[in-house]
Design a protein around this ligand. Structure first.
Ligand code: ATP
Ligand code: MG
Ligand code: MG
Ligand code: MG
Length: 567
């Protein structure tokens, strides 16, 4: 690629609505352009990264035996009514009508359509197992679209769906996808962790989230450095033992097996389980004693104020944020003072790096996590440092060490769905005895466009983005100095450009005729991981200058060795 024929449009300043680093840098690097809330044009540089991400995913999905198809963006309401998700999804599901008044959903995922494909196309156990995937635009009318591509409304997802004859088969398909995801995120060159997760609204029997590790992540991950144990904080809380798990244990005693924590608390308190019920487990230090309790939070769609009206031992409990919370449940009565004590609590729904606290509350519905809950008024300096049910240094549930906590960004999610969809939609196959049986299903998502944001949150410095090689928009920027003045530079640039292309390096030659400072600043901002500078002075000594994006200084490399040096 020649920069003069490409489209590069960098900015000195990020727009003021860009709150986190990845959003700011993607805007400044000209990778995305905002069209509306949560809706972006992927500009040429950004699209190159997206394509590289997609290609790696596609290669690994194909390698794992999944089969690509492409399901429609616009899907008839009738299919969504069959599974009940037309009503269950609430306002996150974008609905449109055609000229005849017929209703359609714009897909947030494709369980219904793929199950419809399978129920009509798949006849026999001989065709199983099968796994279909696509890489397709999604639309979710997120309550708070923000952080650029991280939480968009229109975004790209790879979603795969496996079908098996029995639970054992489903678990095998799940394990295959788990391995494929591990290869995919390894190939991206990102630091990531797979954690056991709650199943959220989808329901089912097993689930893992893949998180890119970044201090600005929305989720807290609990893991044991000395063993395989890793869970998101909700799952870890559910598994917590001892005094710390008291709240959860009490729940386990009183609730019906198979219920989510939120359902169980709702049942315990005999209150209706509405759309958005969350339970949060808090650890509070009070007069040298640690206390634990669960809060049940119920939020409506129009979120203006949080009010918690019922905590054991507390008459009033106020949250100030954009959300509305009406019920809370405490397992340790009187722990925060006598009945009637008022406690100011701040839930910071609008998380920014500066005010981020170390606490995430659970959600039983997609995108209803609250982050940054704090005890006290000042959210930047929590009065009680640790509000988690599970804390760093706790014994790992597997007994193999102590727990550590770090933050992550959910970039992938794998679920064992069982027969929830196939039963609702009558998707069966004929077993060996010729009898119809419901298909066992799994679903597997990767947030393609979110990967860009997550990769940047993990890899940047004050000059800009630092892409891992595998997903960089260009691997190498070839920067000639004084191209218009020096024949020698011009000749060598063309020669090296051709050689690098022939060696399979994704190179862009900067033939825009910019001053070196401006040229370097652009490539540093855009995050190209390798740079080669061709200057007359160096050439006279037979040298070129190489500098990796993380290197402090350039290295002189003999002209003839450069291609080998790069490879
Ligand atoms: P989140 O908890 O962040 O809302 P989710 O659990 O609702 O995500 P899934 O339904 O598991 O998302 O979808 C699979 C993947 O799609 C997620 O792991 C994430 O990487 C990506 N994704 C989900 N919502 C968005 C969004 N609004 N913008 C970009 N990517 C998204
Ligand atoms: Mg999630
Ligand atoms: Mg969501
Ligand atoms: Mg998820």
């Amino acid at each position: 690629m020649r920069a003069s024929r490409f489209f590069i449009s960098t900015l000195k300043e990020a727009p003021s609505d860009a709150e986190i680093v990845s959003h700011q840098l993607m805007m400044r690097a000209g990778m995305i352009k905002r069209l509306g809330s949560g809706i972006y044009t992927y500009m040429p540089t950004g699209l190159r990264v997206i394509r590289k991400v997609e290609n790696i995913i596609r290669e690994e999905m194909n390698r794992a035996g999944a089969i690509e198809l492409l399901m429609p963006l616009v899907q008839p309401a009738e299919l969504w009514q069959e599974t009940g998700r037309w009503d269950k999804m609430g306002p996150e599901l974008m609905r449109v009508k055609d000229r005849h008044g017929r209703e359609f959903a714009i897909q947030p995922t494709s369980e219904e359509v793929v199950t419809d494909v399978v129920r009509s196309e798949l006849k026999s156990y001989r065709q199983l197992p099968i796994n279909f995937y696509h890489i397709q635009t999604k639309f979710r009318d997120e309550r708070r679209p923000r952080f650029g591509l991280m939480r968009g409304r229109e975004f790209t997802m790879k979603d795969a769906y496996s079908f098996d004859r029995d639970v054992e088969g489903m678990q095998k398909s799940y394990a295959t996808m788990f391995d494929a995801y591990t290869r995919i995120f390894t190939r991206f060159g990102l630091k990531f962790r797979a954690v056991a997760a709650d199943n959220g609204a989808i329901g089912g029997t097993g689930s893992h989230e893949f998180h890119v590790i970044a201090s600005t992540g929305e989720d807290a991950l609990v893991y044991c450095p000395d063993s395989d144990y890793a869970a998101n904080i909700e799952a870890a809380e559910a598994l917590a033992t001892g005094e710390r798990g008291a709240a959860t244990q009490q729940l386990a005693k009183t609730s019906t097996p198979g219920k989510t924590k939120c359902e169980a608390v709702a049942e315990l308190l005999n209150i209706p389980l509405q759309h958005h019920v969350k339970s949060i487990a808090l650890t509070v230090e009070n007069e040298g004693k640690k206390r634990y309790f669960l809060l049940l939070l119920r939020a409506d769609h129009e979120l203006n104020e949080i009010k918690v009206s019922k905590v054991a031992g507390l008459k009033e409990f106020r949250f100030s944020t954009e959300a509305e919370i009406v019920e809370a449940y405490g397992t340790v009565p009187g722990y925060l003072g006598p009945i009637g004590t008022k406690l100011p609590v701040t839930v910071v729904a609008d998380r920014t790096v500066a005010n981020m606290a170390d606490f995430v509350c659970g959600a039983n519905e997609l995108d209803y996590h609250y982050t940054g809950a704090n005890w006290g008024r000042d959210c930047a300096e929590p009065i009680v440092a640790d509000l988690r049910n599970v804390v760093e240094g706790d014994a790992s549930p597997d007994g193999k060490g102590v727990l550590a906590i770090e933050r992550g960004i959910e970039v992938g999610h794998v679920f064992q769905l069982g027969t929830a969809y196939s039963e609702a939609m009558g998707a069966t196959f004929l077993d060996e005895a010729g009898k119809p049986a419901p298909l066992q299903m799994g679903c597997y998502g990767i947030g393609v466009t979110r990967i860009l944001g997550a990769a940047i949150e993990q890899n940047y410095d004050d000059k800009g983005i630092i892409w891992p090689d595998a997903i960089a928009p260009f691997e190498l920027a070839l920067c000639p100095m004084g191209l218009d003045r020096s024949e020698m530079v011009k000749e060598q640039t063309e020669k090296l450009y051709a050689e690098l292309l022939a060696a399979g390096v994704d190179v862009i030659v900067d033939d825009r005729g910019l001053r070196p400072g401006a040229m370097f600043a652009d490539w540093e901002l855009i995050g190209v991981p390798h740079r080669v500078v061709i200057g007359e002075r160096g050439l006279k000594e037979g040298n070129l200058e190489y500098q990796g994006r993380r290197d402090e200084a350039a290295t002189s490399v003999p002209v003839g060795d450069m291609v080998a040096f790069i490879k």
